[in-house]
Design a protein around this ligand. Sequence first.
Ligand code: SAH
Ligand code: SF4
Ligand code: F3S
Length: 447
Amino acid sequence: MTETAPRKRLYIKTYGCQMNVYDSERMADVLAPLGYDVTDTPEGADLVVLNTCHIREKATEKVYSELGKIRELRDAKAEAGDGVMTIAVAGCVAQAEGAEIMRRQPAVDLVVGPQAYHQLPELIARAHRAKGERLAADFAAHDKFDALPAARNPGGVTAFLTVQEGCDKFCTFCVVPYTRGAEWSRPVDQILAEARGLADQGVREVTLLGQNVNAYSGEGGLAGLVRRLAEIPGLDRIRYTTSHPRDMDEALIAAHAELPELMPYLHLPVQSGSDKILKAMNRAHTADSYLKLIETIRAARPDIALSGDFIVGFPGERDADFEATLQLVREVGYASAFSFKYSRRPGTPAAAMPGQVAEAVKDERLARLNALLDEQQVAFNQSQVGRVLPVLFEKPGRHPGQLSGRSPYLQAVHATGPDHLIGQIVPVRIESAAKMSLAGALELESA
Ligand code: SAH
Ligand code: SF4
Ligand code: F3S
């Protein structure tokens, strides 16, 4: 290719979940042929994309304050005679309140929902003509994946791969069914082709993504897909997230027992340990059915590391309900977890429920839950000390001569070693453990 057209600078800021991370990479891919190179600072950029998250109020408010700052950068660029900065808002806030964004921040040139990223080049062209439709936020057809270029490896040895989008579960607290639309799965062949492409570019580990990834409904379900992916040469590690307890079927559990490529780590959010709250959340499982499921999974793969999401202060949550959550956590024993204060989201059923919990009570419960979860995380990490774990090295560590990678259980592992081990799976003897990472030494075969 020739370098005739001047290159343009694209700054993308990503909020929210891993699906947004994947989407941001796809947006960069679709914009590259138009001359856009990704930069990591917004100053002077020709195009700024905020890929937003609507899940909690805080996440949404951040977008508006960031837009204020971007607007100042846009004005500075114009004043310096450096040309035009185009401002785009993508992601779940774009989907949920696109028109409001345009009203609240007139500097925004275009708004694009998660199903419409393939339309970005056209939207940008229209914005530059300063007329026409600048808001693409329908769930139209699922032609996005057909229209987007195949995923390029953004340079690492691990990659995300979206296999499923949307959600039909309608948990009463959650905006995702409204921002991402109905559950929809990509066809198996399209996913396999993308995965082969990634493996050819040096990717050793893929994380399959979906708001309800284990509801994947392509042929063979998620278990079938994982089996096909495991056959791809070079793809040695497969993970998936996020799963719903309701869709954790026998075939997938069996895959954990049988497939060495399927990593022993499972993010299986439970949200609460109180049946009363679970019912009000419309979760379609009880504390007991969740615990039984965990038992079955552990029977298949005894060393599996479990992770979860929790919400404290859901409407109607009393002390006894919160105690039930603590009790469930004690019974499961998590390797890691994410916990949130309930955030009232406009338009969701829970926002209108009686018994909204005071902020101070939420704070106190969150602190207690986090203390317990932290303790479990440290205990899980410490249980690895003395073991030799296969570590996939991903990048240089923070200190010179150090490498950074991941254990099968998704723990960060640091060890001293040569750079050429990046991209390789190497046995590491774990010597110490902290909350966020493990440290160890390469286990040299002839030592
Ligand atoms: N599809 C996934 C995760 C969706 S969002 C699942 O079903 O598990 C990620 C997490 O955000 C949820 O698991 C939940 O714990 C949290 N969350 C969603 N809506 C929330 C809200 N209104 N307030 C607080 N936390 C919320
Ligand atoms: Fe939200 Fe529930 Fe769907 Fe997860 S399963 S995305 S929490 S509605
Ligand atoms: Fe946020 Fe949308 Fe993901 S609301 S968590 S970015 S699906």
